[in-house]
Design a protein around this ligand. Structure first.
Ligand code: 5BU
Length: 264
């Protein structure tokens, strides 16, 4: 077990150099939640309604803002108000993948102005270091954080081996802005304390027929030592009450974390 995986989120928050990571780790212990819900719905009111329901159970809301058909500036204001009401951070899963100059514009401008409201966003490293430098020019002065896609949850992903390794090295080099990874497991031997977040989490099914692969909170948090579970359809796609499902995942994730930190 890695040393960091044995520490509590608060112990890590107390010494963490990145402001967003610090805030996130603090509120995880405060809310007893390592759950991020991926709200992949296409209507503004559906999104806002669901977020208000599940807000008490999550530490982080994950959005795909570009799938919302009736997006407007008011939606962002309401999301930010819900984040304050329920105390969670917002992660826009934008997966930037272009050259530095283009991602700077995509992050700061256009319809969505992601940098103005999302505490966290993420990017692929396929373009090389320039993508991080570009996003950092916009995000760092605003106190934002970046996650690198070191691995993906989907079947046949090409983000493996030397690609993953090179991604870890880029994160170490830019650890003022890179606060963590999207990954399937905690990477051993890192110098900085990166927050590892894992999508592809489900308690009831193993996949979705389109390449998604699900593992349980126990496998992700306890065995693979990741920090945050990202759950989408498991929470809102079963037809059962979403607030209750979110609580079910929050509890499963939290209990797995407690088992992990007790393995001294
Ligand atoms: P699901 O409904 O729990 O399968 O949703 C998973 C979410 O996580 C969805 O928004 C994806 O875009 C996101 N995701 C993922 O599933 N796998 C990955 O490797 C990455 C993101 Br990166």
């Amino acid at each position: 077990m890695s040393d960091i995986a044995l520490k509590t989120y608060t112990e890590r928050a107390n010494v963490h150099p990145n402001a967003v990571a610090k805030k996130l780790l603090r509120l995880m212990d405060e809310k007893k939640s390592n759950l991020s819900v991926a709200v992949d719905l296409t209507k503004k009111n559906q999104v806002l309604e669901l977020v208000d329901k599940i807000g008490p159970s999550i530490c982080l809301l994950k959005t795909h803002i570009d799938i919302v058909e009736d997006f407007d500036a008011d939606m962002v204001q309401q999301l930010v108000a819900l984040a304050e009401k329920h105390k969670f951070l917002i992660f826009e899963d934008r997966k930037f993948a272009d050259i530095g100059n283009t991602v700077k514009l995509q992050y700061s401008a256009g319809v969505y102005k992601i940098a103005s409201w999302a505490d966290i966003t993420n990017c692929h490293t396929v373009p090389g270091e320039g993508i991080i430098s570009g996003l950092k020019e916009v995000g760092l002065p605003l106190g934002r954080g970046l996650l690198l896609l070191a691995e993906m949850s989907s079947k046949g992903t090409l983000a493996t081996g030397s690609y993953t390794q090179a991604t870890l090295e880029l994160a170490e080099k830019h650890n003022d802005f890179c606060m963590g990874f999207i990954a399937r497991r905690r990477f051993p031997g890192l110098k900085s304390d990166f927050i590892h977040m894992t999508p592809g989490v489900g308690l009831d099914v193993k996949g979705d027929g389109l390449g998604q692969q699900y593992r349980t909170p126990e496998e992700v948090i306890c065995e693979s030592q990741s920090d945050i579970i990202i759950v989408g359809r498991g929470v809102y796609g079963s037809g059962r009450d979403a607030a209750q499902e979110a609580e079910r995942y929050r509890k499963a994730g939290w209990e797995a974390y407690q088992r992990r930190i007790s393995k001294q």
